[in-house]
Ligand binder design. Structure first.
Ligand SMILES: Nc1ncnc2c1ncn2[C@@H]1O[C@H](COP(=O)(O)OP(=O)(O)OP(=O)(O)O)[C@@H](O)[C@H]1O
Ligand SMILES: [Mg+2]
Length: 256
């Protein structure tokens, strides 16, 4: 992405969210399904703020790791240690997740966002204010009354992100949020994410795109066979990847 795209996000930079549940320390995390070890003694520490991109070939365990972090799956063994001494429900309430193919309710864009807020206990003026703010931030104000079922893929993804941001998460998990979108829609989503990051929210994003990681991420977690083979700053990762498999991934080559 060009410098202008980056700069436009940075201009809006301001930290407005305090960190309660980060950093997170993941220790010897294992997730097994039957005899298959999907996550294999994984260790990782993620700090507050910024964007962490999780990269790796198909089947590496990226989506499963996000689901474990978001509490949608329970580890077979090992520990995910969040900062602070909060109960799991509080930790989950500090997080939102955006899936590759979001499921929206059969109602308007605005009603989808309102529903997410109500479920998290937002009401009255605060809820109304959050709806206006995210509709504006995601450029959906003009079509707020449109039914979710008629939206294009890019619009659906913007609604999913609006819904996730509405509840003011400390952490936004994103699983390949632009995988099936055209370049214009992708830039639109990336602009929204840059703004969320600059507000102080932590983005933890799975992507297949090295270019997207370069545009958005501060640090890279590279996964292979259910393990983290490296966790580096983006510049380091691109200049001197620490494994042949990461090198091949950066070069867009097959790895055997
Ligand atoms: N519920 C399940 N039952 C059986 N196997 C599963 C299940 N969920 C995940 N797996 C397996 O775990 C491995 C990791 O899956 P995961 O979806 O995390 O990969 P990924 O890194 O996100 O890949 P992709 O880039 O293709 O999305 C895969 O081999 C997958 O087949
Ligand atoms: Mg996946």
């Amino acid at each position: 992405m060009d410098g202008e795209h980056r700069a436009s996000g940075n201009l809006q930079s301001r930290v407005v969210h305090e960190s309660l549940i980060l950093p997170v320390r993941i220790e010897n995390l294992v997730y097994e399904i039957g005899k298959a070890r999907i996550i294999d003694s994984l260790n990782l520490e993620l700090s507050a703020g910024g964007c962490t991109a999780i990269l790796g070939y198909n089947g590496a365990g990226k989506s499963v790791l996000l689901r474990l972090l978001h509490g949608l799956l329970t580890p077979s063994s090992g520990i995910i240690r969040w900062a602070g001494d909060f109960d799991p429900e509080f930790v989950r309430q500090r997080q939102s997740m955006v899936f590759q193919s979001p499921v929206l309710l059969r109602r308007s864009i605005e009603a989808n966002i309102r529903y997410a807020l109500t479920k998290r206990g937002f009401k009255g003026e605060h809820r109304a204010h959050r709806i206006e703010t995210v509709l504006e931030q995601t450029n959906l104000s003009r079509i707020r009354h449109r039914q979710a079922m008629v939206l294009s893929g890019g619009e659906r993804q913007r609604v999913a992100i609006a819904r996730a941001l509405a509840v003011e998460p400390e952490i936004l998990f994103l699983d390949e949020p632009t995988a099936s979108l055209d370049p214009a829609a992708t830039i639109g989503i990336e602009d929204i994410l840059v703004r969320a990051r600059n507000e102080g929210r932590k983005l933890i994003m799975v992507t297949q795109s090295v270019g997207q990681a370069e545009r958005l991420a501060n640090d890279i977690v590279f996964m292979h066979h259910g393990q983290v083979t490296e966790h580096s700053l983006i510049e380091e990762f691109l200049a001197t990847p620490k494994s042949p498999v990461a090198q091949a991934f950066i070069e867009g080559k097959l790895y055997k």
